[in-house]
Design a protein around this ligand. Structure first.
Ligand SMILES: [Zn+2]
Length: 438
């Protein structure tokens, strides 16, 4: 009986390595600290009045490099940051192209949208009431951040080793729709997860997972990855040697409720990590086949562009955000740069075996993930928001019509000229469908 057991075990090992050879995947991971080295302004809330004061835990840039049997390589980056400035993804992409021959479509920049991370260069920065020297610190820190992200990509690429990939979907219940009446609107409690094992199946090397909820339990003056930061750290603690990478789903209209206590951020982080662990322990669907990548910027239209006369009037507004926005625009116009009627909105689709992995820019409301899953296939479609460029909220047609913060007024803090023009939901979904075609 013992001999039979040994033989079966031997069969398993042989089958496992044969699978790994057949699948031909390789994977590499890296994690670098991006906690600012000096106290500085934080991002996410316009009401803060001074720089940071210490930390709950470190902030990280994590990278996962994947290579299919044909040698095609992609890198997903997960950042404990409030957003991804367009200039950052462009600068880091340029470096990755020259060093690793990665095209723009082969890189996916995701962020957790923590509101306890550093102020970023040209992304939600103008909402902050900073002095000139604070601005200079933000610009200098951005250069350091870009270099750290590049370092994470380089290290993940250098770490590529044969691997086994599998996908699954779990569930976690703490997100509530925050639009009034609170708790009654649509939600998306799915937790998509990609498991990456060593080629012999003995070691978890990495896990990529997502959740659709604002990462805003906390809003104080200490560096913290919030619930997503805790979830990543719990998973890495539970699986020594593994890297856990979070991506925000379409959670722009979802909040973790109740909130505002570190214990609650820990609790939600633990809940999310447990949901991921539950998926990892189930029979997941092996990823076979190849990875294909597509990326396109589409011109999303604003509903109205203010005239110079209107801006001159608004520049005297009692509202700080309105005033700042009008002055910024006047400066551009007077420098010969008229306001653009459109914004180049990034849409990306990766096909990872049978999984359609959609990555959309901006703070995307939940209607998009629910619709895209219906249209592209439930159980095999993942939708990431806050990816590649976070320039504004992205309301669905429903939320745009209803108005409120996500549909309208948030455009002021994002320093965009007006709300989006009706039609954006169909334009974005049609682009995704195009990019997802075989
Ligand atoms: Zn937000």
């Amino acid at each position: 009986m013992l001999r039979c057991g040994l033989i079966c075990l031997a069969c398993l090992v042989v089958a496992t390595s044969a699978d790994a050879q057949e699948s031909g995947w390789k994977a590499g991971f890296a994690r670098v600290v991006i906690t600012p080295e000096q106290p500085m302004w934080m991002s996410g809330y316009g009401g803060r009045t001074h720089a940071s004061e210490g930390k709950v835990h470190d902030l990280y840039a994590r990278a996962a490099a994947l290579q299919d049997a044909s040698g095609k390589r992609v890198v997903m980056v997960s950042l404990d940051l409030v957003g991804v400035p367009k200039v950052m993804s462009e600068r880091v992409s340029a470096a990755a192209k020259s060093k690793h021959k990665l095209e723009r479509a082969d890189l996916m920049f995701c962020c957790s949208h923590t509101h306890c991370g550093p102020a970023l260069d040209q992304s939600l920065t103008h909402m902050l009431d900073m002095k000139e020297e604070d601005w200079q610190q933000v610009v200098a820190n951005q250069k350091w951040l870009d270099a750290r992200v590049t370092e994470a990509i380089d290290s993940a690429m250098a770490d590529l080793k044969p691997a086994r990939l599998a996908a699954g979907i779990g569930n976690c219940g703490f997100a509530s729709n925050r639009r009034p009446p609170i708790g009654t609107g649509p939600i998306d409690h799915e937790v998509p997860a990609l498991r990456v094992m060593s080629s012999d199946g003995s070691q978890l090397r990495g896990v990529i997972f997502g959740y659709a909820c604002h990462n805003t339990v906390l809003g104080f003056y200490q560096w913290c990855g919030d619930y997503a930061g805790f979830a990543q750290l719990y998973l890495e603690e539970r699986h020594p040697g593994a890297t856990a990478l979070f991506f925000s789903g379409c959670g722009a209209d979802q909040n973790p409720l109740p909130r505002r206590k570190v214990e609650l951020a820990e609790q939600y982080g633990r809940m999310l990590a447990l949901s991921v662990d539950k998926v990892l322990a189930t029979e997941m669907t092996p990823i076979s086949g190849a990875v294909t990548t597509r990326f396109r910027e589409i011109p999303l239209e604003f509903s109205v562009i203010p005239s110079r006369d209107e801006l001159v009037k608004t520049a005297e507004s009692a509202d700080r955000y309105q005033r700042t926005r009008a002055k910024l625009f006047l400066k551009d116009i007077d420098a010969g740069k008229p306001l653009s009627p459109t914004y180049p909105y990034p849409v990306q689709v990766w096909k990872l075996g049978n999984v359609n992995w959609v990555a959309l820019g901006g703070e995307v409301v939940v209607d998009y993930s629910l619709r895209l899953k219906r249209e592209l296939g439930q159980g095999q479609t993942w939708v990431t928001g806050y990816a590649n460029d976070v320039m504004a909220y992205i309301p669905s047609e429903r939320v745009l019509t209803e108005g409120g913060y996500e549909g309208d007024t948030s455009m002021i803090v994002y320093m965009q000229p007006s709300k989006w023009k009706s039609g954006l939901e169909d334009q974005i979904v049609k682009t995704v469908q195009d990019l997802a075609k075989p």
